[in-house]
Design a protein around this ligand. Structure first.
Ligand code: NAD
Length: 348
């Protein structure tokens, strides 16, 4: 099944299904007949997976570090030097194979190498399939924060092969569920339908939502910010957990917590009734997500970190539900933010 990301002359398809990875090289040959070289960018561990079988022996494979360790300047520099050694030209294509960290970093490499070459993503994690590989946002991290250096660079195509998810560790699967919960809530779907919706249908729903939003606001000047639902608190607790450098809170786990908090904040601000909190909690429970802020994070540190979120424009900005649907709400009163956060933490 294909879902189109409609962006005029930069439109492309997200190809979803079992085994779709086997069509990716043929897709590149057809889409870019002048291409001589396809360079695969992946990690050592992903290269060992059984599903890596779709990469022909003849292709060059460049390995980048695992996970977030790929998203920095030194890994990017090494990647670009390797691309230059292979004499990759603007007719050639990068094929990134991995989770969101690899598609973000290889996508950014494709955006800047020779001022931009084509990239195709094979998204192998649930976060990658429902979110990261789609929409053209690419980035690496700075010490000051995640995704602070990046570019918009739309891929030529995205392949989401459900078979690759079979090897995904449980915690990574749960992380993807955080983004899926966000999409389910943004779509205002009935929680009673969740039981009878398969994982693949959930992926398709999330891809369709992202496709519609990206098509209407490619560069995040408006509606695309709704995809940050739950992310103000999520980014803050993720950043603090990372600084602690202990057991890293996965992005989607943090998003789940952020969604539960956003429902409570919307209720405290008189935007929704108490049923909205129950609906959020039920969706999170059904998808296996917990909603407790780690005990050892200080409430005031979290609130300060929320004010530093790069999308917050230096005040407390949240995506919140309301009578007219979801909207970006800037300038939320800090006292309410603190009071609701303390009471939310007290529920656990
Ligand atoms: N560009 C965007 O719009 C966007 C959106 C959301 C998230 N992101 C970024 O995506 C990253 C998170 O993505 P992620 O959750 O996929 O993390 P990740 O890419 O770090 O992958 C998590 C782990 O799962 C492993 N993995 C991936 N696929 C696997 C598979 N099929 N089998 C076994 N192991 C597999 C990876 O090697 C890694 O160890 C973050 O850097 C985040 O900033 C970007």
């Amino acid at each position: 099944m294909n879902v189109q990301i409609a962006l005029k002359d930069r439109s492309y398809d997200v190809v979803l299904g079992q085994g779709v990875r086997h069509g990716v090289l043929e897709f590149i040959r057809r889409a870019r007949p002048r291409t001589k070289t396809v360079v695969v960018v992946t990690s050592t561990s992903l290269r060992r997976q059984a599903w890596f079988d779709f990469v022909d022996d003849g292709l060059s494979v460049l390995e980048v570090p695992e996970g977030e360790a790929a998203k920095n300047f030194s890994a990017l520099e090494a990647l670009c030097e390797n691309l230059a050694d292979l004499r990759l030209s603007r007719d050639d294509v990068i094929l990134s194979v991995g989770g969101g960290a690899i598609t973000d970093m290889a996508g950014f490499g494709a955006a800047v190498y020779l001022r931009g070459i084509d990239v195709v993503h094979v998204a192998t994690s649930l976060v990658g399939q429902v979110d990261a590989a789609i929409g053209g946002k690419t980035a690496i991290n700075l010490a000051a924060g995640k995704n602070l250096v990046g570019a918009f660079h739309q891929p030529l195509g995205v392949f989401c092969d459900f078979e690759t998810l079979e090897s995904l560790p449980e915690r990574e699967r749960l992380s993807g569920m955080g983004e899926i919960a966000k999409c389910w809530l943004l779509e205002q779907r009935d929680v009673s339908d969740l039981d009878t919706t398969s994982l693949f249908e959930l992926i398709e729903m999330s891809v369709r939502l992202k496709a519609a939003i990206v098509a209407s606001d490619e560069l995040e000047n408006g509606r695309r910010a709704l995809l940050n639902y739950g992310h103000t608190l999520a980014h803050a607790i993720e950043a603090l957990a990372l600084q602690r450098d202990t057991d890293e809170l996965r992005h989607g786990e943090a998003v789940g917590i952020g969604l539960a908090y956003a429902a409570r904040l919307a209720y405290a601000l008189g935007r929704v009734d108490a049923d909205a909190i129950v609906a959020h909690d039920t969706v999170l429970d059904q998808l296996g997500l917990h909603r407790s802020v780690p005990d050892d994070l200080d409430t005031m540190d979290i609130v300060r970190a929320m004010g530093h979120d790069k999308k917050a424009h230096h005040d407390l900005t949240f995506v919140l539900a309301g009578q007219g649907g979801f909207e970006v709400v800037p300038g939320v009163d800090p006292e309410t933010v603190v009071r609701v956060l303390e009471s939310f933490r007290g529920e656990a």
